[in-house]
Design a protein around this ligand. Sequence first.
Ligand SMILES: Nc1nc2c(c(=O)[nH]1)N[C@H]1C(S)=C(S)[C@@H](COP(=O)(O)O)O[C@H]1N2
Ligand SMILES: [Mo]
Length: 196
Amino acid sequence: MSTEILDMRTRDKARVPPDQAVTKGWPILHAGLIPRFDPAKWRFKLLGLVEREVTLNWTEFDALPKTTILSDIHCVTGWSKLDNEWWGVPIQAVLELARPKAEATHVMVHAHGGYTTNLPLAELDQTDVLLAQRHNGEPLTPEHGYPLRLVVPKLYFWKSAKWVSGLEFMTQDQPGFWEVRGYHMHGDPWRSERYW
Ligand SMILES: Nc1nc2c(c(=O)[nH]1)N[C@H]1C(S)=C(S)[C@@H](COP(=O)(O)O)O[C@H]1N2
Ligand SMILES: [Mo]
């Protein structure tokens, strides 16, 4: 296992995006109930516009290569949490398994429990993006996404789906759970892309 830590924290003059306040705690925010993790039933799917549709069970997923990435969280509700150490599977490792087709431009992220969120494939396919199993050395707690959550540091935190269950590759952008309700289709904190 690699012990190298990839430091992806921003080196911009301003460490914190506009109208964000740093918190030391870690608020818990989600719609609906926390899904129960059953390792025998858990699945992760790569579907839609891919060369190969892939379904992984927990044993198969957990055998993928791991990385450790340091990054910051920026939530659209106004809090930022700096210096998060995430451990999990780099997004490139799962993209390589399915190989998105050339026409795929956007991704719908699916979560156990029914949550969805959309983003451009180019924003997902970044070296600071991972499917995280641990935060600051501890397994994710159920309320923060155990056993697996997506982490996309360059977008507001609602794009970082907890209890992630799959990635669907699409030819065009489609709104997810919060995007249908007025949240921004893109969600860049440095441009204050909060709501439409
Ligand atoms: N599955 C799922 N993931 C989700 C959500 C949700 O409702 N369901 N809420 C999102 C929102 S709006 C935020 S701000 C973050 C909060 O993550 P946290 O509770 O770990 O701080 O999770 C995101 N991921
Ligand atoms: Mo949120």
